[in-house]
Structure formats: C-alpha cells, structure tokens
Write a protein that binds this ligand. Sequence first.
Ligand code: DX5
Ligand code: ZN
Length: 224
Amino acid sequence: MSGIRINPSVLSADFVNMQADLDRIAAADFVHVDVMDNHFVPNLTFGPQMVQRIQETSPVPLDVHLMIDDPERWAPGYAELGAASVTFHLEASSEPVALARRLRAIGARAGVAVKPGTPAESLYDVLDEFDQILVMTVEPGFGGQSFMPETMPKLAALAAEARRHGSAVWLQVDGGISASTIAQAAEAGADTFVAGSAVFGADDPDLAIAALRAGAASAHAHAH
Ligand code: DX5
Ligand code: ZN
C-alpha cells in the first residue's frame, strides 16, 4: 500500500479570505481546488485566474479537480500555471488518453474522475495513462453532501484492476469524507482523500487533517 494523502477542498474555504484559510491547512498533502463551470455541474466556482492566485499563495501543491465541459480546451492551462495534478471528468472528455498525455508532457500528474453512475470498467483500458483516479463518492457539484457507500464496490474493483496492471496509480475519493466515513474508503483501496466540510468546518483544520490521516492509516493497517 502506498502512502496516505489528505487533500482539503477549498470549496469549503472562505473565498474572500482564501489566503488565511490556505494557511490553516499547512498539514495537508495537496490543496484540492474545485473548478465548476455551471454546465458540467449545476454550480459555479472560479477559473484559471483564481487558481493562478491560489497557486501563488498556497504553501502546499495544488490538486485541481475540473468539473467542466470541454476539458480538452481548458485543462492544459491549469497544468501550465503549475498545478501538481489536474483531474478532468471522463464523462466530459472526448479524448481522455490524448489529454492525459498532454498534461503529463506539461509536467502535471494526470487524473481522471468518474461520477457515481459511471462504472469501473470504463476506466480499465485507460488506467495506465493516468497518475490518479478520482472516484466521486457524491454527485459532483456541492460540498457538504452525504458519502455514498454504494460507490465502494467500484473503488475496490479499480484497486484490484490497478494491482493487476502493476500500476502505481493513486486512488482518490471525494465527497462526504469525514472521520466516520474515511475507514470505509481506505478499506476499499483509496489512498488519497479529499475533504471539504470535515476540514474547514473544524475548529482546528490541521487537527482534523491529522484525525483523517489516523483514520485512514488504521483502516489500511487492518486491511493488510
Ligand atoms: C464536490 C467537490 C468536492 C467537495 C467535497 O463536487 O468535488 O471536492 O468540496 O466536499 P465535502 O468534503 O464537504 O463533501
Ligand atoms: Zn472535488
């Protein structure tokens, strides 16, 4: 089992005090940045200009999650501004393999995300082209929703398929991850955990990150 990464989502941060909130999550591995276009999902956040400022401000590297149509047009720009990883949705992409290769060529980790209704098998042929796979554990669009345990068999199937490929791909979960749900996701094979409300809703975000990390580590220890 590879390491454990905790990536707080700034969707739950204060958008007009972003710098202060970024400073509160110094214990994070990556800062998860949700870009929404009001087309692929029914919500709107921000685009490259804001993400550029987060990149310049954040003490930890950026994990950009694009919930947008036409990622072929927009995703490379996020890699060019210096994001450590850029994840686009399989459902929105016309050329996922070509786009993954472009992102890697620019120097970012390439990620692909799937909504709860998209089956594991749709990723089997493209697995080796990606550095990380994001299994959405809520319908994308909003923070603060309830974790969907019915997505866990898909995560376990992807973990098994990755092992068959001898792949070092990171398996990420996003949506409803908290101290009470993280063990389920870790046991099913996740190693990278996005948490918005569980981190920024806590009095001490760094303590919340530590609690999530401990929860995932103990689930991994029991699973092996
Ligand atoms: C939802 C976003 C998530 C969101 C998670 O579509 O992709 O990153 O911020 O928020 P929580 O952890 O509150 O479910
Ligand atoms: Zn996200």
